[in-house]
Structure formats: C-alpha cells, structure tokens
Design a protein. Structure first.
Length: 298
C-alpha cells in the first residue's frame, strides 16, 4: 500500500516508517525540514517536505496515498513539562496539525486515517482494568487539543473512509524520555510520579511501530495498545535493572507530586489498560516488555 506518515522523524514516526517498509509498504515520511529527509530515508522511506499546519500543502503530499498515519507529538522531557509554555508545541500539533491532517487526507481521497493517541485520557481506575468502553476523563486543559484531534479523526470516518485511533501506553525504549529516566535512576534522583501500587501500561517503541502496521487491518474505532500492565513499583525495579543501578527508581514524595500541575498530574493516574480488543482484531502482541533485558538498546 502507499502510506504517508506525519511526524516521520520523531520517535514514533521513525519506528512506524521502518515497520511499514519491512512489511512491504511504499512509505512517504513527512517532515517540515530538508534535514529530516535523510532521517526518513535511513528507515527505508521517501522523505517529503510539507507544512503540517497547512491542509492544502498536505493534500498535495497525500494525493495517491491510500493511508495516512499521524504520529506527530512534541512531548517535553521529564520535569521540563512543568515549565510555562512547555506543552505549547504539543498542543498545537494535536489541536491544529492533526485537524489539518484529517481534513487534507479527506480532500486527497485517502481511505484510512490512523491517529496516535494516549491512554492517559482514561481516569485513574486503581487496580481495575480499563477497556475502550471506559468513559474518558478529559475535562482538563491537558486534553483540549487531544479531544479536537479525536473529533477530527471521527469526522474523517464516513463516506466509505475509516479512522483508527490508537491509544498508546507510555512509551519506553531508546528515546529521550526513557534515557532521562535511566540517568536519574543511576544518579539516585527521584523520577517517578504516581503511587508505587498504581498501575502503568507501557509500550516499547518497536512494538508501537508494529502496531501501526497491525492497525492497517483494524476496522474504524478506538483501540488501546500496550503491554501487560504492571504496578509502578515493578517498573521502578525494571528501570533499575536496565540502568545497572542497585536501588529501584525513586518516586517523588506525595507533597511534590501534589504540586506538579494539570499537565503532569495526569501521569499520576493508575492505568491498568487492556489491549485485548486490538490483539484480537489484528493479531498484534507486544514482543518487548520492561523485564526484557536490553530493552533500552533495541
Ligand atoms: N505515548 C507516549 O508515552 C508518548 C507519545 C509520544 C512521544 N512520547 C515521548 O516523547 C519524547 C519526545 O518524542 P516525540 O516523538 O514526541 O518528539 P519529537 O521528536 O520532538 O517530535 C516528533 C516529530 O514531530 C515533528 N514536530 C515536532 N514539533 C513540531 C512543530 N512545532 N511543527 C511541526 N512539526 C513538529 C518533528 O518533525 P520534523 O522536525 O521532521 O518536521 C519531529 O520529528 C520521546 O521520549 C517519546 O518517547 C511518548
């Protein structure tokens, strides 16, 4: 299939391009800069320059493609998320670029849109499981742009078109966020939010890349995509093992956690998310877990 990927030079996008090419697809990777082209080519795709906020420029690029996969994001690393305006670019990408991408895909005659989203929109559900039917907890400034993005995907579906929204677990692997966490563990610094008994649903980058390929087989709808959820205290130990540190990763004390503000507060939620629907429908399953040795070098 001819597939266009937006955010193709990012952490998720590069994995998506590589996995799609490996599965035999013809992939165009969209970047805003000439220097992004060799990054896409390095993963086996064709680099194309376009402005992701301009629907007519995007429609020009999308013409002739059957599928568009949007992986755009710009997540601040670690406590940089506390800084004023830290989330401005990420909000613009989800609230404006994602809308332009869905509109351009419809204009260009694309049949299917696959949109990256996040499990952090679910409410804290303690140790209970969360499926796609659980109502979202998005009455929070943190998710205004994500809700617009979701609506744009839903609007795209119809008139014979389909939209698949993937609610991805927390990414881990060889990426800036996890590298930052591993360094903090080695140095004995606090790094984890939430309660040690709360659940976390993780997704390795390679598995995320394979999930975009699997999503080509999914019908329109919302799907959770993550590995087996684990208590955060288990993740604290897995991080230490991978970092080669003696003590588990440290949690921020409750008093500090209560001050992190709306944007990071959602990362304290206990999320025991089931990906059974996606697995059953597509045959996808996670191959790398947090206790798989060497996961940060894959
Ligand atoms: N579910 C999750 O847990 C989750 C989801 C996403 C990301 N993350 C984490 O967040 C960290 C950052 O990764 P990332 O992939 O989000 O960041 P990124 O690499 O900064 O951004 C991804 C791509 O989006 C494009 N982009 C970024 N800002 C843009 C802007 N203002 N205008 C137009 N295009 C823009 C860039 O493409 P061009 O420069 O080539 O145009 C970039 O390569 C990673 O550690 C990742 O694992 C986690």
């Amino acid at each position: 299939m001819r597939i266009a990927v937006t955010g193709a030079t990012g952490v998720l996008g590069q994995e998506a391009v590589e996995a799609l090419v490996a599965a035999g697809h013809d992939v165009s990777g969209v970047t805003r800069r000439d220097s992004g082209i060799p990054i896409v080519e390095g993963r086996g795709g064709r680099g194309v320059v376009a402005n992701v906020f301009d629907a007519s420029d995007l429609a020009r690029v999308f013409r002739g493609h059957e599928v568009v996969i949007n992986t755009l994001a710009h997540v601040p690393v670690g406590m940089a998320g506390l800084r004023p305006l830290a989330w401005r670019e990420d909000d613009k990408l989800h609230g404006e670029a994602s809308v332009a991408i869905a509109q351009a895909a419809a204009q260009a005659g694309v049949h299917k849109l696959i949109q990256e989203s996040t499990v952090f929109m679910y409410p804290d559900n303690g140790s209970e499981w969360i499926s796609e039917d659980m109502p979202l907890s998005v009455r929070n400034q943190a998710f205004r742009a994500r809700v617009r993005e979701m609506r744009a995907a839903v609007d795209f579906a119809g008139s014979g078109r389909s939209a698949v929204v993937l609610r991805l677990g927390q990414l881990f692997g060889r990426d800036p966020q996890t590298t930052h966490a591993l360094k903090a563990v080695r140095e004995g610094d606090q790094i984890l939010l939430g309660s040690p008994d709360g659940y976390i649903t993780l997704l390795h980058h390679k598995d995320a890349g394979r999930a975009f390929v699997a999503a080509l087989r999914a019908d329109s709808g919302f799907y959770n995509v993550g590995g087996e959820p684990i208590p955060r205290k288990r993740w604290a130990k897995d991080l230490a093992t991978e970092a080669g540190a003696k003590s588990p990763a440290k949690f921020y004390p409750e008093i500090a956690q209560s001050l992190v503000g709306t944007r990071l507060d959602v990362q304290r939620r206990s999320l025991r998310v089931s990906s059974v629907r996606f697995m059953n429908e597509t045959g996808w399953w996670p191959q790398t877990g947090p206790s798989t040795p060497g996961w940060s070098r894959r």
